[in-house]
Design a protein around this ligand. Structure first.
Ligand SMILES: Cc1ncc(COP(=O)(O)OP(=O)(O)O)c(N)n1
Ligand code: 3NM
Ligand code: MG
Length: 197
């Protein structure tokens, strides 16, 4: 099983603030960086997480995740068309996959992932998507369809909404702007750790 709390950040500096508070499962979602800089940032995040006994998930960059000996990878549906799943598995990486409708869920489950994410459960401001809001009832449907594969809820999550996601069937809640846009991110992280204990 995966931890119940799964924040996503865009730079290792966030890990320096979150890991000492007790965050155990975290994603580096780095976009629009040249390869050399990206490699350095991912290696920095990998080393910070290992030093704190936490697990880091690499978003998108499966070849670097293999090269750097990372433990977890998250891929979107479009990544599935090009990623070398055999190489990813041979490298021992655990794999999380995004889903947004039942076709994507079937495709994801066929890849035998270590978690499935459903989003956006509530509207998100982080990225433009063709899906607006899945609703918690879709989490319950996904829980049935996932047949034991851990289910991550993502999109518009807040400390206040987390209990609703767990009650609907989520095993884990993943969050970005409720933390990163908060005036006191450390205080918000402590609230998150409390609500996901
Ligand atoms: C936990 C989690 N769920 C979903 C996503 C979205 O991944 P993806 O579809 O690859 O989109 P981008 O994040 O790359 O814009 C995620 N990163 N993490
Ligand atoms: C990165 C991402 N993926 C989503 C999906 O539905 O696949 S929603 C999302 C953004 C999550 O950010 P916030 O917690 O700020 O809403
Ligand atoms: Mg991606």
């Amino acid at each position: 099983m995966i931890p119940r709390f799964y924040p996503i950040f865009d730079h290792p500096d966030w890990l320096r603030r979150a890991l000492p508070l007790g965050v155990e499962f975290v994603q580096l979602r780095i976009k629009d960086q040249p390869q050399g800089r990206l490699r350095a940032l991912l290696a920095e995040g990998r080393d910070l997480c290992r030093a704190h006994g936490a697990q880091m998930v690499v978003n998108d960059h499966w070849e670097l995740a293999i090269e750097l000996g990372c433990d977890w990878l998250h891929l979107g549906q479009e990544d599935l068309e090009t990623a070398d799943l055999a190489a990813i598995r041979a490298a021992g990486l655990k794999l999380g996959l995004s889903t947004h409708d039942e076709d994507e869920l079937a495709r994801a489950l066929a890849a035998r992932p270590d978690y499935v994410a459903l989003g956006p459960v509530w509207p998100t401001i982080l990225k433009k998507m063709k899906w607006h809001q899945q609703g918690v009832e879709t989490l319950t449907r996904w829980k049935q369809l996932c047949q034991g594969v851990p289910l991550v809820a993502i999109g518009g999550l807040s400390v206040e909404r987390a209990p609703l996601a767990f009650a609907a069937g989520a095993d884990c809640v993943s969050v970005v702007t409720d933390i990163t846009l908060n005036a006191d991110p450390e205080a918000r992280l402590r609230q998150w750790l409390e609500v996901t204990r």
